[in-house]
Design a protein around this ligand. Structure first.
Ligand code: ZN
Length: 220
């Protein structure tokens, strides 16, 4: 199947966004998120609106130093990484696998140094507001009534029509995670080094509870 006939081509997504009056700024955010995520997953589209909403509520811009917590490992971390530049690699994104479609965002300038917290805004998908958008509601509930092949295009249109209308927010205070001072420790089992705060009883996690691979004896 050629790209032109792909069900979710960039042009098709654009047409659906235009039909639902999605702003130029949001269109750009969404295209970048979809490219990064490698598919226009409904969760990615919704989380792009979540991140944009959170930034507006805080009166911050993507060029500022922002910190995020994401309450799900699915989809939403990608919108935070692409739009707000809070990434796992720059340590400004923390994923807490609670399983809620919710994020908190704060700027470095919102930090209150005396008590190691920052004022943040928490944006979440509001179940009460989903009632106005039956297809999103069905998809979000993981209901068997959601039939992906026949309903995914309608779902996408409904997400674009809804925008922020399915979201609510609250002001919260979040703990600031400070960078730790550390020393290098050599693991006696593998001979590789790790920061001391990640070693357990002198051993690295790879030789302990975090081991995820088996050695292969014959390498040639
Ligand atoms: Zn080791």
């Amino acid at each position: 199947m050629s790209l032109d006939h792909h069900k979710n081509s960039k042009d098709e997504i654009d047409a659906r966004m235009d039909a639902n009056n999605v702003s130029g700024k949001m269109k750009e955010y969404i295209h970048r998120c979809v490219a990064f995520h490698s598919s226009p997953a409904p969760g990615v589209l919704i989380s792009a609106f979540m991140v944009d909403y959170a930034m507006d509520l805080l009166s911050v811009t993507p060029d500022m130093k922002l910190y995020a917590v994401c309450e799900t490992p699915k989809c939403a971390p990608d919108a935070l990484q692409v739009i707000a530049h809070c990434t796992t690699g720059n340590n400004r994104l923390r994923v807490v696998p609670i399983g809620k479609f919710a994020i908190t965002l704060n700027a470095a300038t919102h930090e209150a140094t005396h008590n190691n917290t920052a004022m943040a805004v928490r944006v979440y998908v509001d179940l009460n507001k989903l009632k106005k958008f039956p297809v999103i509601d069905t998809w979000y509930a993981n209901s068997p009534a959601f039939d992906k092949p026949t309903m995914k295009d309608t779902l996408q249109s409904e997400i674009f029509r809804a925008g922020r209308e399915i979201l609510s927010f609250e002001h919260v205070r979040v703990a600031i995670i400070h960078k730790m001072k550390w020393e290098s420790v050599t693991c006696p089992d593998c001979g590789e080094t790790v920061p001391d705060y990640l070693a357990k009883d002198g051993r690295c996690g790879g030789c302990g509870s975090m081991n995820y691979y088996e050695k292969i004896a014959d390498q040639k």
